[in-house]
Design a protein around this ligand. Structure first.
Ligand SMILES: Cc1cc2nc3c(=O)[nH]c(=O)nc-3n(C[C@H](O)[C@H](O)[C@H](O)COP(=O)(O)OP(=O)(O)OC[C@H]3O[C@@H](n4cnc5c(N)ncnc54)[C@H](O)[C@@H]3O)c2cc1C
Length: 280
């Protein structure tokens, strides 16, 4: 298998457009798939040297995170200064192992499209957009429309995911996952919440869930119920009931459908209780 190392983004896009090849960033998903013979490309394009995809920058409206930013960086000080991004930092801290976090990129996590992707679930709750770049131009796609099915996304073969745009917002966010063990665990279920509370009521709330559907999903019905509500014991109980009704998880080796429903309800209850105890 040939490995091509493009000198620039333009060079890389030209290769993707004209040759039958696939990109590799950190390689933590791709190398496993190669080893398991799930894929057998003749050539891969190593994008890990593209400096322009490693930046984190703030504009008036967005925090822009380059696709090659690793989970180690996401877990560090650069993200910790933005409370609305807590979910992403917490997801990064809980992801894989130190070795995996040092290599794994946010772009790779999003494009792999695993429903258990910790970065994907966190960013979905932040109502972010992904930037897809090809030789023919740049498209921005809301992450909520990016996933089309099991490991299927809206990216074309000749495009790179170049960045994630997270809207700058006044509230906070959080992420929790439950795995079968403490480290190196794929989520049996995960849940992220962004919320902005004003005068004790939810002015804005977005909930995303992992490992309960073929892709990471938003809990739209639960969002709608909580919007405008004051957090009380009764509201939390009703939200936990609604979220269990709105998901249709499967039973697999990591957990039964019923267990996952209860887990999601518990994760939501826990995070809403923490919000009610904090000033937000
Ligand atoms: C031991 C182990 C533990 C893990 N634990 C976790 C965990 O706890 N949580 C979790 O979410 N994941 C986990 N993973 C999965 C994996 O580490 C992540 O999904 C990671 O973020 C993938 O990023 P990468 O840069 O390594 O992607 P790669 O393996 O390089 O690429 C993955 C896929 O995305 C494509 N791709 C990569 N970057 C781009 C881009 N910029 N544009 C277009 N296509 C691109 C590649 O072609 C490939 O198809 C684990 C993996 C291993 C091996």
């Amino acid at each position: 298998m040939d490995v091509i190392r493009p000198a620039s983004l333009q060079d890389c896009l030209r290769i993707l457009k004209t040759e039958h090849t696939i990109p590799v960033a950190g390689g933590t998903d791709l190398m496993v798939n190669l080893a398991l013979n799930k894929i057998s490309p003749d050539r891969i394009v190593d994008i890990s040297g593209l400096q322009e995809l490693k930046e984190i920058s703030l504009s008036d409206n967005f925090l822009k995170i380059g696709a090659l930013v690793t989970f180690s960086r996401l877990a560090g000080r650069e993200i910790a200064q933005y409370p609305f991004c807590n979910a992403l930092r917490e997801a990064a801290e809980k992801m894989g192992s130190p070795q995996i976090r040092n290599r794994a990129t946010i772009g790779g996590n999003l494009v792999t499209g695993s429903s258990a992707g910790d970065g994907s679930v966190a960013i979905l709750a932040l109502d972010a957009q992904v930037e897809l770049t090809g030789l023919d131009g740049i498209r921005k796609v809301p992450l909520s429309l990016f996933y089309s099915g099991y490991h299927q996304t809206a990216i074309h073969n000749d495009e790179l995911l170049t960045a994630v745009y997270i809207p700058i917002r006044p509230g906070t966010s959080s992420f929790q996952k439950v795995g079968k063990r403490n480290a190196l665990a794929i989520a049996v279920a995960s849940l992220a919440i962004y919320s902005y509370i004003r005068d004790s009521h939810f002015e804005q709330i977005y909930i995303a869930i992992g490992s309960v559907a073929p892709t990471p999903i938003r809990a739209v019905k639960t969002d709608l119920f909580l919007q405008g509500q004051k957090i009380t014991g009764g509201v939390i109980k009703e939200a936990a009931r609604i979220i269990q009704d709105e998901i249709a998880p499967i039973t697999d080796i990591r957990g039964t459908a019923d267990y996952r429903r209860k887990l999601v309800a518990n994760l939501l209850t826990d995070q809403l209780q923490q919000l009610s105890e904090s000033k937000n």
